[in-house]
Design a protein around this ligand. Structure first.
Ligand code: MG
Length: 348
Protein backbone atom coordinates (compact mmCIF):
# COMPACT_ATOMS: atom_id res chain seq x y z
CA UNK A 1 0.00 0.00 0.00
CA UNK A 2 1.12 3.52 -0.76
CA UNK A 3 0.60 6.14 1.90
CA UNK A 4 0.97 9.91 2.10
CA UNK A 5 0.36 12.20 5.05
CA UNK A 6 -1.24 15.57 4.53
CA UNK A 7 -0.31 18.06 7.21
CA UNK A 8 -2.11 21.37 6.89
CA UNK A 9 -2.52 24.11 9.48
CA UNK A 10 -6.02 22.89 10.30
CA UNK A 11 -5.50 19.12 10.30
CA UNK A 12 -3.47 16.07 9.44
CA UNK A 13 -4.71 12.99 7.58
CA UNK A 14 -3.62 10.02 5.50
CA UNK A 15 -4.08 9.24 1.84
CA UNK A 16 -4.05 5.49 1.22
CA UNK A 17 -3.63 4.10 -2.29
CA UNK A 18 -4.06 0.44 -3.09
CA UNK A 19 -5.81 -1.71 -5.65
CA UNK A 20 -8.73 -3.47 -3.97
CA UNK A 21 -8.72 -1.31 -0.83
CA UNK A 22 -12.39 -0.46 -1.34
CA UNK A 23 -13.59 -3.77 0.10
CA UNK A 24 -11.41 -3.23 3.20
CA UNK A 25 -11.96 0.49 3.61
CA UNK A 26 -13.68 0.21 7.00
CA UNK A 27 -10.53 -1.18 8.58
CA UNK A 28 -8.78 2.13 7.90
CA UNK A 29 -11.81 4.30 8.55
CA UNK A 30 -12.20 2.73 12.01
CA UNK A 31 -8.68 3.87 12.88
CA UNK A 32 -9.47 7.55 12.43
CA UNK A 33 -13.21 7.88 13.07
CA UNK A 34 -14.78 7.50 16.50
CA UNK A 35 -18.42 7.74 15.37
CA UNK A 36 -20.76 4.78 15.00
CA UNK A 37 -23.04 5.95 12.22
CA UNK A 38 -21.97 6.40 8.60
CA UNK A 39 -23.87 8.18 5.84
CA UNK A 40 -22.47 7.20 2.46
CA UNK A 41 -23.17 9.97 -0.02
CA UNK A 42 -22.88 8.95 -3.64
CA UNK A 43 -24.49 9.50 -7.03
CA UNK A 44 -26.66 7.51 -9.42
CA UNK A 45 -23.66 6.42 -11.53
CA UNK A 46 -21.45 5.22 -8.69
CA UNK A 47 -24.10 3.68 -6.40
CA UNK A 48 -24.79 0.62 -8.60
CA UNK A 49 -21.05 0.00 -8.94
CA UNK A 50 -19.54 0.49 -5.49
CA UNK A 51 -22.11 1.33 -2.82
CA UNK A 52 -22.58 -2.30 -1.80
CA UNK A 53 -18.85 -2.92 -1.44
CA UNK A 54 -18.28 0.08 0.81
CA UNK A 55 -21.48 -0.48 2.74
CA UNK A 56 -20.62 -4.14 3.35
CA UNK A 57 -17.14 -3.29 4.60
CA UNK A 58 -18.51 -0.71 7.05
CA UNK A 59 -21.31 -2.97 8.27
CA UNK A 60 -18.90 -5.83 8.88
CA UNK A 61 -16.84 -3.48 10.98
CA UNK A 62 -19.81 -2.69 13.19
CA UNK A 63 -20.84 0.70 11.79
CA UNK A 64 -24.51 1.59 11.29
CA UNK A 65 -24.64 2.39 7.61
CA UNK A 66 -27.04 4.67 5.73
CA UNK A 67 -26.83 6.02 2.23
CA UNK A 68 -27.96 9.04 0.27
CA UNK A 69 -27.92 8.91 -3.53
CA UNK A 70 -28.39 11.94 -5.78
CA UNK A 71 -28.59 12.28 -9.56
CA UNK A 72 -25.10 12.18 -11.11
CA UNK A 73 -23.72 15.30 -12.76
CA UNK A 74 -22.61 18.89 -12.23
CA UNK A 75 -26.28 19.96 -12.41
CA UNK A 76 -26.79 18.45 -8.96
CA UNK A 77 -24.08 20.66 -7.46
CA UNK A 78 -26.43 23.18 -5.88
CA UNK A 79 -27.79 24.01 -2.44
CA UNK A 80 -30.98 21.97 -3.01
CA UNK A 81 -28.92 18.77 -3.02
CA UNK A 82 -27.17 19.88 0.18
CA UNK A 83 -30.51 20.58 1.80
CA UNK A 84 -31.74 17.06 0.91
CA UNK A 85 -28.61 15.63 2.52
CA UNK A 86 -29.20 17.64 5.73
CA UNK A 87 -32.72 16.16 5.82
CA UNK A 88 -31.42 12.61 5.34
CA UNK A 89 -28.93 13.12 8.15
CA UNK A 90 -31.60 14.55 10.46
CA UNK A 91 -34.11 11.82 9.64
CA UNK A 92 -31.57 9.27 10.82
CA UNK A 93 -30.61 11.31 13.89
CA UNK A 94 -27.04 11.98 12.83
CA UNK A 95 -25.13 13.98 15.41
CA UNK A 96 -21.72 15.60 15.44
CA UNK A 97 -20.25 12.29 16.56
CA UNK A 98 -21.26 10.55 13.32
CA UNK A 99 -19.68 10.84 9.88
CA UNK A 100 -20.09 11.06 6.14
CA UNK A 101 -18.39 9.01 3.45
CA UNK A 102 -18.05 10.72 0.06
CA UNK A 103 -18.06 7.93 -2.54
CA UNK A 104 -17.66 9.10 -6.13
CA UNK A 105 -16.05 11.69 -8.36
CA UNK A 106 -15.37 15.38 -7.91
CA UNK A 107 -19.00 16.44 -7.72
CA UNK A 108 -19.76 13.93 -4.97
CA UNK A 109 -16.67 14.97 -3.01
CA UNK A 110 -17.53 18.66 -3.27
CA UNK A 111 -21.15 18.16 -2.23
CA UNK A 112 -20.57 15.60 0.52
CA UNK A 113 -17.63 17.60 1.85
CA UNK A 114 -19.66 20.77 2.04
CA UNK A 115 -22.52 18.95 3.77
CA UNK A 116 -19.97 17.61 6.28
CA UNK A 117 -18.45 21.05 6.78
CA UNK A 118 -21.81 22.59 7.63
CA UNK A 119 -24.16 19.99 9.13
CA UNK A 120 -24.28 20.73 12.88
CA UNK A 121 -21.35 23.11 12.30
CA UNK A 122 -19.28 20.22 10.91
CA UNK A 123 -19.05 16.47 11.20
CA UNK A 124 -16.22 14.17 10.13
CA UNK A 125 -15.96 12.89 6.59
CA UNK A 126 -13.90 10.46 4.55
CA UNK A 127 -13.16 10.77 0.85
CA UNK A 128 -13.34 7.69 -1.37
CA UNK A 129 -12.74 9.13 -4.84
CA UNK A 130 -13.61 6.87 -7.79
CA UNK A 131 -12.56 8.93 -10.83
CA UNK A 132 -9.03 9.78 -11.96
CA UNK A 133 -9.70 13.50 -11.60
CA UNK A 134 -10.89 13.17 -8.02
CA UNK A 135 -8.12 10.70 -7.11
CA UNK A 136 -5.30 12.94 -8.28
CA UNK A 137 -6.85 16.25 -7.42
CA UNK A 138 -10.18 17.14 -5.85
CA UNK A 139 -10.34 14.60 -3.00
CA UNK A 140 -7.23 16.08 -1.39
CA UNK A 141 -6.89 19.61 -0.09
CA UNK A 142 -10.25 20.35 1.49
CA UNK A 143 -12.00 22.41 -1.14
CA UNK A 144 -15.72 21.74 -0.87
CA UNK A 145 -18.74 23.58 -2.22
CA UNK A 146 -21.53 24.00 -4.71
CA UNK A 147 -22.44 26.16 -7.71
CA UNK A 148 -25.05 28.90 -7.75
CA UNK A 149 -26.83 30.31 -10.78
CA UNK A 150 -24.09 32.96 -10.89
CA UNK A 151 -21.19 30.56 -11.25
CA UNK A 152 -19.22 27.48 -10.27
CA UNK A 153 -18.09 26.86 -6.68
CA UNK A 154 -19.37 30.20 -5.43
CA UNK A 155 -20.46 28.78 -2.07
CA UNK A 156 -18.23 26.47 -0.09
CA UNK A 157 -15.73 25.87 2.65
CA UNK A 158 -12.18 24.73 3.16
CA UNK A 159 -12.79 21.56 5.12
CA UNK A 160 -10.34 18.67 5.25
CA UNK A 161 -11.38 15.00 5.28
CA UNK A 162 -10.23 12.64 8.04
CA UNK A 163 -8.93 10.15 5.47
CA UNK A 164 -8.68 9.66 1.71
CA UNK A 165 -9.00 6.08 0.44
CA UNK A 166 -8.01 5.55 -3.20
CA UNK A 167 -8.71 2.30 -5.03
CA UNK A 168 -7.28 2.52 -8.56
CA UNK A 169 -9.39 -0.49 -9.57
CA UNK A 170 -12.42 1.82 -9.61
CA UNK A 171 -10.87 3.43 -12.69
CA UNK A 172 -11.64 0.25 -14.64
CA UNK A 173 -15.27 1.31 -14.80
CA UNK A 174 -14.44 4.84 -15.93
CA UNK A 175 -15.20 5.70 -19.57
CA UNK A 176 -12.31 6.73 -21.84
CA UNK A 177 -13.75 10.23 -21.84
CA UNK A 178 -13.56 10.57 -18.05
CA UNK A 179 -10.16 8.90 -17.90
CA UNK A 180 -8.81 11.49 -20.35
CA UNK A 181 -10.48 14.20 -18.25
CA UNK A 182 -8.31 13.19 -15.28
CA UNK A 183 -5.22 12.98 -17.48
CA UNK A 184 -5.47 16.72 -18.09
CA UNK A 185 -4.68 17.28 -14.40
CA UNK A 186 -2.06 14.52 -14.33
CA UNK A 187 -0.15 16.18 -17.18
CA UNK A 188 -0.48 19.51 -15.38
CA UNK A 189 1.41 18.13 -12.36
CA UNK A 190 4.25 17.01 -14.63
CA UNK A 191 4.35 20.42 -16.26
CA UNK A 192 4.57 22.48 -13.08
CA UNK A 193 6.78 20.42 -10.84
CA UNK A 194 7.94 17.05 -12.09
CA UNK A 195 9.70 16.68 -15.44
CA UNK A 196 10.36 13.03 -14.65
CA UNK A 197 6.62 12.39 -14.33
CA UNK A 198 6.16 14.22 -17.63
CA UNK A 199 8.63 11.96 -19.41
CA UNK A 200 7.13 8.86 -17.78
CA UNK A 201 3.78 9.91 -19.22
CA UNK A 202 5.45 10.17 -22.64
CA UNK A 203 6.74 6.60 -22.45
CA UNK A 204 4.64 4.24 -20.37
CA UNK A 205 1.14 2.79 -20.39
CA UNK A 206 -0.56 4.94 -17.78
CA UNK A 207 -3.12 2.34 -16.74
CA UNK A 208 -0.38 -0.21 -16.01
CA UNK A 209 1.47 2.27 -13.80
CA UNK A 210 -1.50 4.04 -12.34
CA UNK A 211 -0.67 3.64 -8.62
CA UNK A 212 2.74 5.28 -9.02
CA UNK A 213 1.32 8.01 -11.22
CA UNK A 214 -1.44 8.87 -8.72
CA UNK A 215 1.16 8.90 -5.95
CA UNK A 216 3.47 11.31 -7.82
CA UNK A 217 0.58 13.68 -8.52
CA UNK A 218 -0.59 13.62 -4.93
CA UNK A 219 2.89 14.25 -3.57
CA UNK A 220 2.86 17.55 -5.42
CA UNK A 221 -0.68 18.38 -4.34
CA UNK A 222 0.12 17.42 -0.73
CA UNK A 223 3.24 19.60 -0.60
CA UNK A 224 1.41 22.60 -2.03
CA UNK A 225 -1.63 22.21 0.23
CA UNK A 226 0.56 21.75 3.31
CA UNK A 227 2.17 25.06 2.58
CA UNK A 228 -0.90 27.00 1.52
CA UNK A 229 -4.16 25.41 2.62
CA UNK A 230 -6.40 28.37 1.84
CA UNK A 231 -4.95 29.37 -1.52
CA UNK A 232 -3.43 32.66 -0.52
CA UNK A 233 -0.18 32.06 -2.43
CA UNK A 234 1.65 29.03 -3.76
CA UNK A 235 -1.53 26.93 -4.19
CA UNK A 236 -2.21 28.96 -7.30
CA UNK A 237 0.43 26.96 -9.18
CA UNK A 238 -2.10 24.11 -9.27
CA UNK A 239 -4.09 26.40 -11.52
CA UNK A 240 -1.61 26.16 -14.39
CA UNK A 241 -3.69 26.07 -17.57
CA UNK A 242 -6.82 26.87 -15.58
CA UNK A 243 -7.17 30.61 -16.19
CA UNK A 244 -7.74 30.00 -19.88
CA UNK A 245 -9.14 26.53 -19.26
CA UNK A 246 -12.01 27.84 -17.15
CA UNK A 247 -12.72 30.46 -19.75
CA UNK A 248 -12.86 27.84 -22.53
CA UNK A 249 -14.98 25.57 -20.33
CA UNK A 250 -17.46 28.35 -19.71
CA UNK A 251 -17.58 29.38 -23.36
CA UNK A 252 -18.38 25.78 -24.32
CA UNK A 253 -21.25 25.98 -21.82
CA UNK A 254 -19.59 23.07 -20.02
CA UNK A 255 -19.98 20.72 -22.99
CA UNK A 256 -16.21 20.14 -22.85
CA UNK A 257 -14.70 18.32 -19.86
CA UNK A 258 -12.61 20.18 -17.27
CA UNK A 259 -9.46 18.21 -18.07
CA UNK A 260 -9.80 18.81 -21.78
CA UNK A 261 -10.15 22.55 -21.20
CA UNK A 262 -7.13 22.56 -18.88
CA UNK A 263 -5.17 20.81 -21.65
CA UNK A 264 -6.20 23.50 -24.14
CA UNK A 265 -5.39 26.19 -21.60
CA UNK A 266 -1.92 24.79 -20.86
CA UNK A 267 -0.99 24.67 -24.53
CA UNK A 268 -2.40 28.10 -25.35
CA UNK A 269 -0.76 29.91 -22.43
CA UNK A 270 2.56 28.14 -23.04
CA UNK A 271 2.58 29.10 -26.73
CA UNK A 272 2.11 32.71 -25.60
CA UNK A 273 4.82 32.57 -22.96
CA UNK A 274 7.19 30.98 -25.46
CA UNK A 275 6.55 33.87 -27.84
CA UNK A 276 7.19 36.29 -24.99
CA UNK A 277 10.56 34.64 -24.42
CA UNK A 278 9.65 33.40 -20.94
CA UNK A 279 9.41 29.70 -21.74
CA UNK A 280 11.97 27.45 -23.42
CA UNK A 281 11.15 26.98 -27.12
CA UNK A 282 9.40 23.72 -27.94
CA UNK A 283 7.66 23.37 -24.56
CA UNK A 284 4.15 24.01 -25.87
CA UNK A 285 4.67 21.44 -28.59
CA UNK A 286 5.80 18.86 -26.02
CA UNK A 287 2.67 19.47 -23.92
CA UNK A 288 0.47 19.34 -26.98
CA UNK A 289 1.97 16.04 -28.07
CA UNK A 290 1.55 14.51 -24.62
CA UNK A 291 -2.07 15.67 -24.37
CA UNK A 292 -2.82 14.14 -27.78
CA UNK A 293 -1.23 10.86 -26.69
CA UNK A 294 -3.68 10.81 -23.80
CA UNK A 295 -6.70 11.60 -25.95
CA UNK A 296 -7.01 15.25 -25.04
CA UNK A 297 -7.86 17.53 -27.93
CA UNK A 298 -5.92 20.76 -27.55
CA UNK A 299 -7.36 22.59 -30.56
CA UNK A 300 -8.94 25.98 -29.99
CA UNK A 301 -12.11 26.93 -31.83
CA UNK A 302 -12.82 30.31 -30.22
CA UNK A 303 -10.81 33.49 -30.79
CA UNK A 304 -7.99 34.01 -28.30
CA UNK A 305 -9.25 37.56 -27.81
CA UNK A 306 -12.62 36.29 -26.55
CA UNK A 307 -10.96 33.66 -24.36
CA UNK A 308 -8.71 36.32 -22.81
CA UNK A 309 -11.61 38.71 -22.28
CA UNK A 310 -13.62 36.01 -20.55
CA UNK A 311 -10.68 34.93 -18.39
CA UNK A 312 -9.96 38.47 -17.30
CA UNK A 313 -13.58 39.06 -16.26
CA UNK A 314 -13.53 35.84 -14.32
CA UNK A 315 -10.63 36.87 -12.08
CA UNK A 316 -12.20 38.31 -8.97
CA UNK A 317 -10.81 41.08 -6.87
CA UNK A 318 -7.21 41.13 -7.98
CA UNK A 319 -7.16 44.75 -9.17
CA UNK A 320 -5.63 45.74 -12.49
CA UNK A 321 -3.14 42.93 -12.51
CA UNK A 322 -3.36 39.23 -13.27
CA UNK A 323 -1.09 36.61 -11.74
CA UNK A 324 -0.64 33.79 -14.19
CA UNK A 325 1.21 30.52 -13.78
CA UNK A 326 3.69 29.83 -16.57
CA UNK A 327 6.52 27.41 -17.17
CA UNK A 328 10.15 28.26 -17.75
CA UNK A 329 10.55 24.66 -18.90
CA UNK A 330 8.76 21.34 -18.32
CA UNK A 331 8.72 20.73 -14.56
CA UNK A 332 9.44 24.35 -13.64
CA UNK A 333 6.68 26.84 -12.93
CA UNK A 334 6.93 30.57 -12.44
CA UNK A 335 4.38 33.18 -11.50
CA UNK A 336 4.09 36.03 -13.94
CA UNK A 337 2.25 39.26 -13.23
CA UNK A 338 0.66 41.05 -16.11
CA UNK A 339 -1.62 44.07 -16.56
CA UNK A 340 -5.16 42.83 -17.23
CA UNK A 341 -5.39 45.06 -20.28
CA UNK A 342 -2.31 43.48 -21.79
CA UNK A 343 -3.56 39.92 -21.43
CA UNK A 344 -5.23 39.63 -24.84
CA UNK A 345 -2.09 41.07 -26.43
CA UNK A 346 0.04 38.54 -24.52
CA UNK A 347 -2.02 35.68 -25.94
CA UNK A 348 -2.08 36.78 -29.57
MG1 MG B 1 -8.70 21.55 -12.00
Amino acid sequence: MKQLIVNTKSSSYDILIEKGILSRCAEYIAQVIRGKKAMIITDSNVAPLYLDTVSKSLTEYGFDVYSHIFTAGEKSKHLGTISDIYDSLSEHDFTRKDFIVALGGGVVGDIAGFAAATYMRSIDFVQIPTTLLSQVDSSVGGKTGVDTKYGKNLVGAFYQPKLVVIDPLTLDTLSDHFFADGMGEVIKYGCIKNSELFSILEKVDVKENIEDIILECLKIKRDVVNEDERESGIRMILNFGHTLGHSIEKMSEFSLSHGECVAKGMVLITKASENAGITKKGTAEKIEKLCKKHHLDTSITKSTKDIAQNAKNDKKGSGDKLNIVLLSDIGHYLIHTIEKDEFAQFLS
